[in-house]
Design a protein around this ligand. Structure first.
Ligand SMILES: [Zn+2]
Length: 1017
């Protein structure tokens, strides 16, 4: 899945950063770059971690020990509240649905991962409504699905419901009397339940059945045990509400010629197929599916496979009967019923690719169609495995909560991430659409063909898709420099959240749907793809591909865990003469949170270079308790190095720091020259140096920056400012790395620097010294502002188009007179006659935002009218974003109110509006008050919306830096302890960041001020 743009690491995060629609120039306060240097050839290189016989077993051991606890362990204090809550919920649901609730008897075989009610295992600050989350929510392992026959019929306006029949064939693996299916918010027809057995076996007789809404189960208990190895059938008739929650089977709509057209569509990942039909809703429970969708004759339907037959039914209905699917997980199913139009093309591998959208928008789907065709062929070649389906549909749905969803053969997109209009869409949209399409196509193999056994390895899915999306787009559009952009889009933005003590290991146990929802975060996506990129460099591209191909082949139509991949990669390495124990190396990165800072110091007397690793924290005074795993906060780090005298960027020297040896000494062959480590920032770590080396690097940047690779220039600035932020480096040195930018013309270092400075900007905004910072940045921006100017053209180099927008956003944001004046003039001209004075697509976001920021309610009202009028998703998004740039409190308050009503702002966009207003200096406290005041409403509206609330919380609180603000935040958590489950991690992180910001103010404000006062004018 691609996350929605407010929330996503990759595909989506780029929405916010690359298109710069955000009201503040690079609003994410998360950048960090790693400094590099060149090293000399030295001899005593630490060897790569070798294959060792003793592979780690402790995780397995944990799992097994849990398995041994039969029954469920419930801490007493938790139990009381928990039972009360469960009872209330059960009674409520029973009242609503009329279900009879009966208890079942003998407990089924628990899943190895279940058996405990959440105890608070985290360190300190975690606000905990988690204690109320049951963890025994996994399906028992006695029964597995084999084949599912499903017929479903959505009934649109005005009933908004669906009815269906499901017939599931399952096999009994362990004798049991209990069949457990997932179902949520569905009503079953009790008189139509049917059970059957393979010929020659007794038909199971139902003893009782029970609805368990807390675990989202339907439990059927039979009078006798089912027989091992025998196949049985359960058939059920059910119905549910075609909701507007944007998950499960839900409704969406759009206007056409003054009338409303309705859509019934699905979003199942991760745990919402159970809202559409009773099923084994776990990724490891694969089955084949025969899907039949019954729809009105004037509509069409789309699902994963091709239609093989259409039957006419009574009441002007048609049943579309779909070809049988390959074995697949429920979360990858899709059903769409709508009045869309389509366009199709044959990809070079013979697969039929179609794009579907509202008829009025179909002309905007051409670009996505082309990219999808290219990506299908690219990934087929990359993996060396043919695409296993005969068609691929791409569907643009007006209301969609994620960015896009990789349903096998039927990918669903948010409109703005699939529809590209040549005239109105900026270059950043084009890039984003290409990225998202590539991401979803990569999933067709990585995720769909081979699927994680459980959500704890979600990161493998998302990490690979996020890594491959850049590979794919780099291949299709080499001039876009995606390999370079990867560093600021993924690596830098992940470094910040992963430097918190409240971060989490990328591979972590998850149980409850809320916990599963929480891990669709920057860590799973951004860290996932960054770790894979690191592996690619120490293993080599060809070896990585070979290992992947073997892994995908071995587990096709089945499920796997990360250890399975490590085994195949280790073996591929061995075949290629690279003896690296991938499991040993990667466990140190995936089983513990965070990452190291590698500090490099030179001993010139003894000609030694010392490398030392330590856990990097956003506040260097932070500590964490020992992890439950024994990775010990150290890593197997592939440190690559070059020196001023030997700048072998393509073949840098490599030194391995191991988990056990945190310090390594290398011989230095020459002196008085800089060393640069983490060459092209391929590793997931930061680098710090002794003061002398920092100064040598700064001198190099100031004298001839081209001797340092563009990625490393971006890295140096980001690492230095982040190290200073955390207290590892003096701000004087860190800020000196930005001085050279006055002559920098490349895109990457500028983006990196502006992002890294966002934090300083946010911290200083209300200080009396803010003017110094503003003037310094404006001075640095002046030359590049003149070079790029306002002469935008859609025909110039893509990267230059992106860069211009970034620079103009920054210049206007910091109040550059000419920039603000231009934005206002262009807007005024356009207001006078929008048809005649069109604004270039790339410049719209800058012009709209700044004309509104520095304008009056007239400018705002005009943009609001245009927003309501527009039917182009991307254009609507630009207006909506710009509307949050206002500095009028009453206007912002009104917009906040509107963000909670769907009349003009779609639910999918409401959290974006709130997040953006929160990033506006004037809007921050308005939003904070609004969110506190309306929390129950907001929570209900966005409960279950992946990433929505978490992003809102982190946007809201990112500049909290006083004891007063921290107290307010803690009071909010205390007051809402029972209702913050879905945003729990975001809130803990907000508390931690606020504390870090408070100590930052004490430590750094005077350092920065001093430097800014003295920097040469
Ligand atoms: Zn994905």
């Amino acid at each position: 899945m691609s996350l929605s743009d407010t929330s996503t690491p990759n595909a989506e995060s780029t929405t916010v950063s690359a298109n710069s629609d955000a009201s503040v120039p690079h609003t994410a306060s998360n950048a960090t770059a790693a400094p590099e240097r060149h090293l000399q050839k030295t001899s005593t290189t630490a060897a790569a971690p070798h294959l060792s016989q003793s592979t780690t077993l402790q995780n397995d051991t944990d799992t097994h020990s849990q398995k041994l606890q039969l029954g469920y362990y419930v801490p007493k204090n938790v139990l009381v509240g928990y039972v009360m809550l469960v009872t209330v919920i059960i009674v409520m649901i029973a009242l609503v649905t009329g279900f009879a609730v009966r208890s079942s008897c003998s407990p089924p075989t628990p899943h190895p991962a279940e058996g405990i009610i959440a105890s608070n295992t985290s360190t300190s600050t975690r606000p905990d409504s988690a204690a109320l989350r049951p963890r025994d929510i996994r399906l028992p392992l006695d029964i597995f699905p084999v084949h599912t026959k499903l017929e479903i019929r959505p009934i649109l306006s005005p009933e908004f419901k669906f009815v269906g029949e499901v017939d599931i064939t399952f096999i009994c693996k362990n004798a049991t009397r209990v069949l457990v299916l997932h179902a949520k918010d569905l009503a079953v027809n009790e008189s139509a339940m049917g059970f059957n057995a393979e010929e020659g076996n007794p038909v199971p007789v139902l003893h009782n059945w029970a609805d368990d809404p807390v675990r989202q189960f339907w439990k059927f208990t039979f009078k006798e045990n089912l027989r091992v190895g025998v196949k049985y059938n359960v058939s059920l008739k059910f119905q549910g509400k075609l909701n507007d929650d944007l998950r499960g089977f839900y409704r969406s709509k759009y206007e056409r010629d003054g009338t409303t057209s309705w859509i019934a569509t699905t979003q199942f990942q991760p745990t919402d197929a159970r809202r559409a039909f009773p099923c084994f809703d776990e990724p490891g429970m694969k089955s084949t599916f025969d899907i039949t969708i019954v729809r009105p004759a004037n509509m069409i339907s789309i699902s994963n496979m091709e239609i093989i037959r259409q039957d006419t039914r009574a009441d002007n209905l048609v049943a579309d009967v779909y070809n049988r699917t390959l074995p697949m997980s429920t979360y990858l199913l899709a059903f769409v019923v709508c009045e869309f139009s389509s366009k199709e093309k044959l990809a070079d591998n013979g697969v039929k690719v179609r794009v579907w959208s509202r008829p009025d928008a179909l002309n905007q789907a051409e670009f996505a169609l082309d990219v999808a065709c290219q990506m299908l062929v690219y990934f087929e070649t990359y993996f060396g495995i043919p695409f296993p389906l005969t068609k691929l549909d791409l569907i643009a749905v007006p209301d969609f909560i994620a960015g896009a969803m990789e349903n096998w053969g039927a990918v669903v997109f948010r409109e703005v991430l699939m529809l590209y209009d040549n005239e109105t869409s900026p270059a950043s949209s084009k890039q984003l659409i290409a990225i998202v399409v590539a991401h979803e196509v990569a999933h067709q193999w990585f995720g769909n063909l081979v699927t994680p056994k459980w959500w704890d390895t979600l990161w493998l899915n998302e990490g690979f898709a996020s890594f491959l999306e850049y590979q794919g787009v780099e291949f299709a559009f080499p001039s876009w420099h995606m390999a370079q952009q990867f560093v600021v889009d993924n690596l830098h933005v992940t470094f910040e959240p992963d430097a918190l003590t409240t971060s989490h290991a990328i591979s972590l146990p998850v149980y409850h749907p809320d916990e599963i929802g929480e891990i669709f975060d920057r860590i799973s996506y951004g860290k996932g793809c960054s770790l894979i990129r690191m592996m690619r460099y120490f293993l080599g591209e060809e070896t990585l591909k070979k290992g992947l191909k073997n892994y995908l082949t071995a587990f096709s139509y089945s499920n796997a865990e990360q250890d399975d991949l490590w085994r195949h990669l280790t073996e591929a390495g061995r075949q290629d003469g690279k003896y690296v124990d991938i499991k040993m190396v990667m466990d140190s990165w995936t089983l513990q949170m965070g990452y190291p800072v590698v500090t490099i110091t030179q001993d010139h007397v003894n000609k030694l270079v010392k490398f030392y690793q330590q856990h990097f924290f956003l506040d260097n005074n932070a500590t964490v308790e020992a992890d439950s795993n024994d990775q010990g906060h150290s890593w197997h780090v592939p440190v690559s190095i070059i020196t001023a005298a030997d700048r072998s960027y393509d073949k840098p020297k490599q030194v391995w720091l191991s988990k056990e040896n945190k310090t390594v000494n290398e011989l230095l062959s020459s002196q008085n020259e800089w060393i640069l480590a983490n060459v092209r920032e391929t590793g997931y770590y930061r680098v710090n140096y002794d003061e002398r080396n920092w100064k040598l690097l700064i001198t190099q940047l100031n004298t001839d920056r081209t001797k340092i690779d563009v990625i490393n220039r971006a890295q140096i600035v980001d690492d230095a400012l982040s190290l200073a932020r955390a207290g590892y480096l003096e701000y004087g040195i860190a800020l000196s790395t930005t001085e050279y930018l006055v002559g920098e013309q490349d895109f990457l270092p500028w983006v990196s620097c502006l992002k890294a400075l966002e934090f300083v900007d946010a911290m200083m905004q209300n200080s009396e010294h803010y003017g110094l910072l503003k003037n310094y940045i404006l001075r640095q921006l002046r030359p590049i502002y003149i070079i790029l100017g306002w002469g935008d053209s859609l025909t110039e180099a893509h990267i230059q188009q992106l860069q211009r927008v970034e620079i103009l956003h920054a210049a206007c944001y910091f109040g550059h007179d000419n920039c603000v004046e231009n934005a206002k003039q262009i807007y005024t001209r356009w207001m006078s006659n929008p048809e005649q004075h069109k604004i270039s697509a790339n410049l719209k976001s800058v012009v709209y935002c700044n004309a509104i920021r520095y304008g009056t309610s007239d400018e705002w009202d005009f943009a609001w009218e245009q927003y309501k009028k527009s039917s182009i998703a991307g254009e609507k998004r630009q207006f909506l974003t710009a509307l949050t740039c206002s500095r009028e409190p009453w206007i912002l308050n009104r917009l906040l109110e509107w963000s909670l009503t769907s009349q003009h702002i779609r639910k999918q966009d409401g959290d974006l509006v709130m997040s953006l207003i929160a990033q506006n200096a004037v809007g921050r406290y308005l939003t904070w008050n609004f969110v506190r005041d309306r929390w129950s409403e907001i929570r209900l509206r966005y409960a279950g919306v992946i990433g929505g609330l978490s992003h809102l919380i982190s946007g809201l609180t990112r500049s909290f830096n006083t004891a007063f603000e921290l107290r307010e935040l803690e009071a909010f958590i205390d007051d809402n302890r029972d209702s913050i489950s879905i945003a729990q991690r975001a809130l803990s992180q907000a508390v931690e960041k606020s504390k870090a910001n408070i100590s930052w103010r004490k430590r750094s404000m005077s350092q920065i001020t001093r430097w800014l006062e003295n920097v040469r004018k």
